[in-house]
Design a binder for this molecule. Structure first.
Ligand code: ATP
Ligand code: MG
Length: 555
């Protein structure tokens, strides 16, 4: 029990304290995305954190679209966000909300503040408001409109609502403290005039609430207890608390901040991803080189691997950046025992077994995953002509090369020993065929205990193999240069981030695979059937991750 207490993160410790002190008698968390883009790995952290807490404390988890800003929102994003959150396994049950459905309630809150003398309509222009605000070292100056009567404010605010003013002509501001050391408290804007169409409320409103006013009200209306957000909102917390207090919500929610998740040399900013999509550098928001949740899913990541990753990152108050290799470690760990290990040849050359009877075929029984018997076995045809990887043969091998070269014997994985007798070159000196003889005594699983060989190579049976396209990915960013170009702020792109292999061969056992199915390609890596471009007659695989890694688990 004691250990459990020690391993709790700081948010859990705060929640424990609140429950113990009776501040709250239950836990209710939320995930509040703005529907203005696709979710990425950073959002996954927030989703899993909030959902995880609701599970741990037997509480509630709300899914809420923070759609108070009509300029940027799109219905397309609402759908993709829902799909991504479901895929991650965060179940909001019946708790799906839209902040825009609280507009009436927010308006009432504003009226309440005006009546209490805590808010006023201000005629200063946006520029003047900025000038009056002061700086970090100088206090602000009070607006000449600050001391309007309640009646006049009510009248003007109604006029704002009724569309009597142009955009930017009037705002409603909180009356707090222009001399506050916290700039957020210097009479922040609560409502602005904006004659814009809203995807949910249409043209019903021409005034829209500002985030800092709307968000605490949304939380309070839904009975959120712990409103968890990222560190940049720490300085806004006094305003959050002011809003819920002055609007007189019972059992007001409490804001707790944690550090954003950043991945080293990885682009997560919506603005940049949007530009990559628009410039055609990537194939949409789900291009497997991106770290949007849709892209990770298409690449072949699993919800389990993302959860493992987020757990390993932990929850903290200090900003840091995590290595992408840690995410790769998590997907390898997740797939290792779950996925069949298949043979695929990405850079094929033909291997002919001269003493294997022409036309003969035997079906070898091959375990799908030697570490997990539950995955069963499959039959792989073996015959006279196979494909092997070009790099598994060398005419003149260096020292310690144990694969095929003239005179050397290796094991064909799951099959026989073969010895290289000769090879064929074309007019350009490229090797086109390797000729071998096999020893029928050496069949795998036959109990053969004779001589040993040092190398084992994989293969596919040439007449039965399926041709496939394989896409090899590297970081979209040139890691040597870092993410941003210092001169113009553009991204430093890696020109080799996508390599397409058109004529790879895979075992016939891949018949019947569907989108998102993933496999280990033995001696190579983990691959996933591409959900957009793969069809049964022409399979397309995405490399999720290679088998090798230099990643070390953090202590
Ligand atoms: P924007 O720049 O458009 O505001 P955003 O990434 O903050 O983008 P939101 O839709 O406002 O997008 O985010 C929803 C939630 O996800 C917020 O609670 C936010 O704090 C959280 N979040 C966003 N980015 C990260 C991140 N990198 N790590 C952890 N949480 C994040
Ligand atoms: Mg945001």
């Amino acid at each position: 029990m004691e250990n459990e207490t020690v391993s709790k993160n700081f948010i859990e410790q705060e929640i424990d304290k609140d429950l113990a002190e009776g501040v709250y008698d239950h836990v209710c968390t939320r995930f509040p995305p703005e529907p203005n883009g696709y979710l990425h790995i950073g959002h996954a952290k927030s989703i899993l954190l909030n959902y995880g807490l609701s599970q741990k404390y037997n509480g509630e988890f709300h899914m809420r679209f923070d759609d108070t800003n009509p300029t940027k929102e799109k219905v397309e994003f609402v759908d993709s966000i829902k799909e991504d959150i479901k895929w991650l396994g965060a179940d909001w049950k019946e708790h799906l909300y839209f902040a825009s459905s609280y507009f009436e309630k927010m308006y009432e809150c504003a009226v309440k503040l005006i009546k209490k003398g805590k808010a006023y309509v201000c005629d200063l222009s946006p520029d003047e408001i900025r000038q009056y605000r002061g700086t970090l070292t100088e206090p602000g100056k009070e607006s000449p409109y600050r001391n309007r009567s309640v009646e006049e404010n009510l009248e003007l605010f109604t006029a704002m609502k009724e569309g009597k003013f142009q955009d930017g002509e009037r705002v409603l501001r909180a009356k707090i403290d222009m001399a506050s050391p916290n700039i957020n408290m210097r009479d922040p804007i609560l409502y602005r005039v904006a004659h814009m169409h809203h995807h949910n409320t249409g043209d019903a409103w021409c005034i829209y609430p500002m985030y800092d006013f709307a968000h605490p009200i949304e939380d309070a209306i839904e009975g959120i207890t712990h409103s968890i957000c990222t560190l940049e909102f720490e300085d806004h917390r006094p305003l959050y608390d002011w809003v819920v207090k002055e609007c007189e919500f019972k059992n007001p929610p409490r804001q707790i901040e944690f550090a954003k998740l950043y991945l080293t040399n990885v682009v997560t900013g919506k603005r940049y991803i949007k530009k990559l999509v628009e410039d055609g550098i990537v194939d949409g928001w789900d291009d497997p080189r991106l770290v949007s949740i849709a892209a990770l899913r298409r690449r072949g990541f699993t919800p389990e691997s993302i959860k493992m990753f987020v757990d390993m990152c932990g929850v903290s108050k200090s900003q840091s950046s995590v290595d992408y290799a840690m995410l790769e470690y998590c997907i390898r760990e997740d797939l290792k025992m779950k996925k069949p290990r298949m043979m695929a040849v990405l850079d094929p050359i033909k291997l002919v077994i001269d003493n294997y009877p022409e036309g003969q075929v035997e079906y070898l029984d091959v375990a799908n995953n030697l570490e997990n018997e539950e995955l069963g076995s499959r039959k792989v045809p073996f015959c006279r002509e196979l494909y092997i990887e070009r790099e598994d043969f060398m005419e003149e091998p260096p020292k310690k090369y144990f694969r095929l070269f003239p005179g050397n014997e290796v094991r064909l994985m799951h099959a026989y020993f073969v010895k290289c007798e000769s090879f064929v070159k074309d007019e350009n000196g490229n090797i086109t065929e390797v000729h071998c003889t096999y020893d029928p005594e050496t069949k795998a699983g036959s109990g053969f205990t004779g001589r040993k060989v040092k190398g084992t190579i994989h293969w596919v049976p040439a007449p039965y193999a399926k041709k496939a396209e394989v896409r090899l990915y590297e970081n979209l960013i040139d890691e040597k240069k870092g993410v941003y170009n210092k001169e113009d702020g553009s991204l430093n792109l890696n020109p080799n981030s996508l390599k397409i292999i058109k004529d790879a061969y895979v075992e016939p056992s891949f018949d019947g695979t569907k989108a998102y199915d993933s496999f280990q390609f033995v001696r190579n890596g983990y691959y996933c059937v591409d959900a957009k471009d793969s069809v049964p007659e022409a399979l397309v695989f995405n490399r999720i991750v290679s088998l090798k890694s230099s990643f070390k688990l953090p202590k």
